[in-house]
Design a protein around this ligand. Structure first.
Ligand code: RB5
Length: 148
């Protein structure tokens, strides 16, 4: 799978561990930056990654900032994006099974690189369940179609 990866200075601390984890899982990682702890604006990276996923240049995306929250808010403004902020393993599995989330957001000031590796692994390897969840995901798409 092709994975779009983006981060700001707050998420940079997780970047190398996340890239290594994704590569070990067999992912083809497309890096949209940033490349240091120098201060940058997270919406820039959220938008690049969200468009790569929405335009089907990449299959899924991973966004890293201080909390994961700013990245998720920005990414979710792009039609077709279901970005989920994670810090626990239960949600990592459930958001793929139930929400078919297509972008994972993590906070470099919230989780350690080791926790990030675990969350990325669970999220990346869990399949969407479809079935009863599809109706609800379709309802999210309807909200987008009305409002975006
Ligand atoms: C940057 O200081 C910080 O605001 C950003 O990384 C992120 O946490 C925003 O949600």
């Amino acid at each position: 799978m092709k994975v779009a990866l983006g981060c700001d200075h707050g998420g940079f601390v997780l970047k190398s561990e996340v890239v290594n984890t994704l590569k070990k899982l067999g992912a083809d990682v497309i890096d949209f930056g940033t490349d240091s702890e120098e201060s940058v604006d997270y919406p820039v990276y959220a938008q690049k990654v969200a468009h790569a996923v929405a335009d089907k240049v990449c299959d899924v995306g991973v966004l890293l900032c201080g909390t994961g929250i700013g990245m998720s808010i920005a990414a979710n403004k792009v039609k077709g994006i279901r970005a989920a902020v994670l810090s626990d393993t239960f949600s990592a599995k459930a958001t793929k099974q139930h929400n078919n989330s297509n972008i994972l957001c993590l906070g470099g000031r919230v989780v350690t690189p080791e926790q990030a590796a675990k969350l990325v692994t669970i999220w990346y390897t869990t399949e969407y369940e479809g079935g009863r969840h599809q109706k609800r995901v379709d309802m999210i798409t309807e909200i987008e179609n009305k409002n975006l």
